[in-house]
Design a protein around this ligand. Structure first.
Ligand code: ADP
Ligand code: MG
Length: 239
């Protein structure tokens, strides 16, 4: 059974649904990306998965547990973590303190976990006692990802983790994302860069106007007229 299963999820901010009937799953050890035009509902879906928004219909399962109506603060303990696009670190706290905060919801020895994580994120290791506000934007994004890993999640949801980063640092972040997947995590990434999504992921979902319009293995999606799909040309969506 996939680590994350979303079935027919409908959600939004008020009465009018923004996303409708979205189904998607993610397996341990793989990277699944969601791409699509601005305003398609990618972030709305991510927020619904992690309990910031409530699904009005449908079901969300993590590790075979139904988390659809679970209070948001209990969701990380059940194996699902989320890194928002912006404001994702405590700028006045040091790198080490940010990781400690991430460990509050964790079971077991968080010191050992922190050392393990800093062993992977070597840039952060060198900056342990630095306040997060003094890190570069890319390093802050890595810190946000590292912090979310403190609970040893089964599923990590990343909303545009490389937005605004240089191509070189985008490589650094994507390499870390690949390492995280290989270490036994299901990774779901919202990505605005179609080439990056195709390069790094196993499965791709294209959201258009609040629906999961087209999806499939990376190799299949790479064959499609993506520009046409993004622009809403009907004939482009037939594959
Ligand atoms: N806080 C909000 N309140 C009301 N509507 C919102 C809010 N955030 C986003 N929306 C609307 O929801 C739609 C989908 O937005 P979003 O999920 O952020 O898209 P994406 O992440 O794919 O760019 C947009 O039409 C947007 O205007
Ligand atoms: Mg978004």
């Amino acid at each position: 059974m996939p680590a994350l299963i979303a079935e027919n999820v409908t959600s939004g901010y008020g009465r009018t649904p923004i996303i409708t009937d979205i189904s998607l799953s993610a397996d341990i050890g793989t990277i699944t990306t969601i791409i699509g035009p601005n305003g398609a509902g990618k972030s709305t879906f991510a927020k619904t998965l992690v309990g910031i928004l409530r699904a009005t219909t449908g079901r969300i399962m993590v590790n075979e547990t139904d988390i659809t109506r679970m209070p948001g603060h209990l969701i990380p303990r059940n194996g699902l973590v989320y890194v928002p696009q912006n404001d994702n670190v405590f700028v006045s706290l040091t790198v080490r303190e940010n990781l400690e905060v991430g460990g509050f919801a964790a079971k077991g020895n968080t010191d050992a976990r922190m050392e393990e994580i800093l062993g992977i994120f070597t840039d952060l290791d060198k900056a342990r006692e630095k306040r997060a506000g003094f890190l570069s934007g890319g390093q802050q994004n890595l810190l946000a990802i590292a912090r979310s890993l403190m609970v040893e999640p089964t599923v990590i949801v990343l909303d545009e983790p490389t937005a605004g980063l240089s191509p070189a640092y985008t490589d650094v972040v994507w390499n870390q994302i690949e390492t995280i997947a290989k270490s036994g995590t299901a990774v779901l990434v919202v990505e605005q860069n179609v080439e990056r999504a195709l390069k790094h992921s196993d499965f791709v979902h294209i959201f258009v106007a609040g629906t999961n319009h087209v999806h499939g293995p990376q190799a299949e999606i790479a064959q499609l007229d993506l520009a046409g799909i993004f622009l809403g040309r009907a004939e482009a969506s037939r594959s």
